[in-house]
Design a protein around this ligand. Sequence first.
Ligand SMILES: Cc1cc2nc3c(=O)[nH]c(=O)nc-3n(C[C@H](O)[C@H](O)[C@H](O)COP(=O)(O)O)c2cc1C
Length: 208
Amino acid sequence: MSTLLHIDSSPLYGRSVSRELTAAFVTQWKASHPDGRVVDRDLNATAIPPINAEWVGAAYTPEPARTAQQNELLSLSDSLLAELSQADEYVIGVPMHNFGVPSVLKLWIDQIARVGRTFTYREKGPKGLIVGKKATFIIATGGIYDAQTQMASFNFVEPYLRSVFGFLGVTDATFVTAGGTAVLNQGKDRTAFLAPHLHTVQTHAQTV
Ligand SMILES: Cc1cc2nc3c(=O)[nH]c(=O)nc-3n(C[C@H](O)[C@H](O)[C@H](O)COP(=O)(O)O)c2cc1C
């Protein structure tokens, strides 16, 4: 039985393009995996504190030496890591905010990037420990950042996600971008705008 971890990070809920597209992915994935299990992690409904010195100290203390207080500090991170390791596939909805990922997604990444758990350092350099997973990132951007466009170098979303998830071992990653959602605020029909992106997402969900 496969498990899909479904993560959303847009604060806009019913108006969100990335949420609508991840929902379509999940619907199609369920149809292709009738025995599959979906775990939903809504980062806008999860209180994730920023990491601090105590948290870093706890993460770098070898597990057998940790105090009860340090274990408590890492308990949210531990449960988020359990969701990652128990899932076979991930679908992650990402709105572009100020050219990067939304702050709730960055807070989550800070919780799941854990030395000894999701990455380690070997003689030859860093090694990611989340292996054998497939990830689909569904990104929505107000502007258009396609390669060769004037704005391409402003897109820190896809390069960042590729780098950080690659560092953690998730190298089987597909990126689907719905660019230019700003037209929806200028009267463009939402159904017409979303149609090609829904098609891409549904086709991809059938194949993973
Ligand atoms: C706080 C905030 C910051 C944004 N920053 C950018 C930006 O830097 N570049 C851009 O193209 N669009 C930006 N947008 C527009 C969003 O990327 C766009 O609305 C996209 O559809 C968001 O995904 P969502 O619909 O899933 O929320 C921003 C939107 C918000 C709410």
